[in-house]
Design a protein around this ligand. Structure first.
Ligand code: FES
Length: 524
């Protein structure tokens, strides 16, 4: 008989009569092999018969038992209690769907969106019924996507799904599943159905991370965007960003010749690779920090801190640096991404680049994970990794007190969820004297996106209450912090906009971790 362990279950329940949530706590004896659903059934049978939750198949097929477990959507029948590795487990109903009672939510809005995308084969009208012939390789293209059980976990984790106009990750992925099915004749119709709101997807990857069937939902949505781009069915605001990136090699539509201007005020400026001829270590600045005054400030501080961290030979590409293309790729413009990436990789090769330090998590991710960048085998580091190491080794010694500043760290999705870097920025902030680091309730891999990914930073037009950035800022206001610290120019941009929208700029500041470190070093 395996050992019994007592586990505390904190269940956040919805009361439909009083229209509010309340909490019940239970102690459950757990043995190896017991699932969350077993634990819920134990509670119902032995401790509290009023507890409501939903289940049916008990074998991860029907998708009805999805709930939030320690902040992350999971199937209760598929998750073993002891595998969670915690003595206290918090259970909640799924987000982004109306609660009905306790852990039970209304799947109605989810199934409405599923119905909207016509999740069945569309055949040409008047065509006689006949056997479908499909080759194994054609079948294999969509089969991994056909495993979706419609459990809604992805919707619950999706920042864009706070806007009910958004079809949601599962419906979009299912639409794409039919688009690539050779038996389906509804491509045009399906593209039209998704063409208005698919751009709200920020490519944060939350859907993929929580999918119990391990479907790469996020990539399939990007592929669907690519089909829209190929067909030229893109909204004006999207086309404007792509055109700017095509013409000017940056999505802001600025002149490349002005790219080195961010260094004005940096003493001495970083040398340009074109002047050196060879530049083994490069700072890749990224478009917002290169052109926008607010982010130029951060770029200068970061460059100066990196130099003080021992990277004395840091150079930069100046006007030879083109957009890394991450946002462009996530917007579905693969051809333009390739053009940008080929230019940048040719520069890396020309100047013998061996290591790139990035300011943006988007550049970081794309250099490490997408071809042709990945094939170069260049070492890529995010600046927070370099700075955290410098503080830990004593190269940088922050000693000026920040006077009891309460700071919440917001995980940028492309640094956290996509790249797994959670600790370096936190270690850095924790080392600053007089700074109290506070965690958002939604943190690390359960973090909530700022809403700026996949080009949304330039195309946001949702009503304020439906913007992920506003939702995130409200969370910070509830925490009562003085500062939201982040490590991504796009997060800074989105959260600062949200602070303006809510008129709380006096109450809360958005700061890059480099700015806080510089202050603790007495540089600002
Ligand atoms: Fe059917 Fe869990 S009860 S998936």
């Amino acid at each position: 008989m395996s050992e019994v362990k007592m586990i505390k279950f904190v269940v956040k329940r919805y009361d439909p009569e009083r229209k509010c949530f309340f909490t019940s706590t239970y102690e459950v004896p757990v043995r190896r092999g017991m699932t969350l659903l077993d634990a819920l059934l134990y509670i119902k049978e032995n401790l509290d018969e009023t507890l409501a939750f939903r289940y049916s198949c008990r074998m991860s097929i029907c998708g009805s038992c999805a709930i939030k477990v320690n902040g992350k959507p999971m199937l209760a029948c598929f998750t073993q209690v002891l595998d969670l590795g915690t003595d206290t487990i918090v259970l909640e109903p799924l987000s982004n769907l109306p609660p009905i009672r306790d852990l039970v939510v209304d799947f109605g809005p989810f199934f409405k969106h599923m119905k909207d995308i016509r999740p069945y084969l569309i055949r040409p009208p008047g065509e006689p019924e006949e056997e479908f012939i499909q080759r194994p390789e054609e079948f294999k293209r969509y089969w991994p996507l056909a495993r979706c059980t419609s459990c809604s976990s992805c919707v619950a984790a999706c920042p864009a799904s706070i806007d009910d106009a958004f079809l949601g990750p599962s419906a979009l992925m299912s639409a794409y599943r039919f688009m690539i099915d050779t038996r389906d004749a509804g491509l045009g119709e399906r593209l039209k159905l998704i063409s208005e709101t698919v751009w709200l997807c920020t490519s944060c990857n939350s859907c993929t991370l929580v999918c119990p069937k391990e479907i790469d939902v996020s990539s399939s949505i990007t592929e669907a965007k690519s089909l829209l781009v190929e067909e030229g069915r893109i909204a004006r605001r999207i086309a404007d960003v792509l055109e700017a990136a095509m013409t000017y090699h940056n999505p802001l539509g600025r002149l490349q010749a002005r790219r080195p201007e961010w260094m004005e005020g940096l003493e001495p400026p970083l040398p340009l690779a074109s002047e050196l001829g060879r530049a083994p270590r490069l700072l890749f600045v990224c478009c917002l920090p290169a052109f926008e005054p607010r982010h130029q400030e951060v770029a200068r501080l970061a460059a100066s801190l990196l130099r003080s961290s021992g990277l004395k030979d840091l150079a930069t590409l100046g006007k030879d640096e083109w957009c890394c293309g991450d946002h462009i790729l996530r917007m579905g413009e693969k051809g333009l991404f390739e053009e940008l990436a080929e230019h940048n990789t040719s520069m890396f090769e020309r100047y013998g680049v061996e290591e790139v330090v990035t300011l943006s998590p988007h550049c970081y991710y794309v250099f490490k994970n997408e071809q042709p960048y990945k094939g170069l085998g260049i070492e890529v580091r995010h600046y927070t990794e370099v700075l955290a190491e410098a503080v830990s080794s004593g190269e940088l010694r922050p000693s000026r007190s920040l006077g009891g500043l309460r700071v919440a760290y917001h995980d940028p999705c492309f640094l956290g969820k996509r790249s797994g870097i959670y600790e370096a920025p936190r270690a850095l902030l924790s080392s600053l004297p007089g700074l109290e680091l506070v965690e958002f309730e939604r943190n690390r891999e359960n973090s909530f996106c700022c809403g700026g990914g996949a080009g949304r930073v330039w195309t946001e037009e949702a009503e304020p209450e439906k913007r992920p950035s506003v939702n995130r800022l409200r969370e910070a206001l509830e925490l009562g912090v003085d500062v939201i610290a982040t490590a991504c120019p796009f997060c800074t941009c989105m959260l600062e906009d949200a602070a303006k929208v809510l008129d709380v700029e006096e109450k809360i500041r958005i700061m890059d971790v480099a700015e806080l470190l510089a202050r603790a070093l007495g540089l600002t």
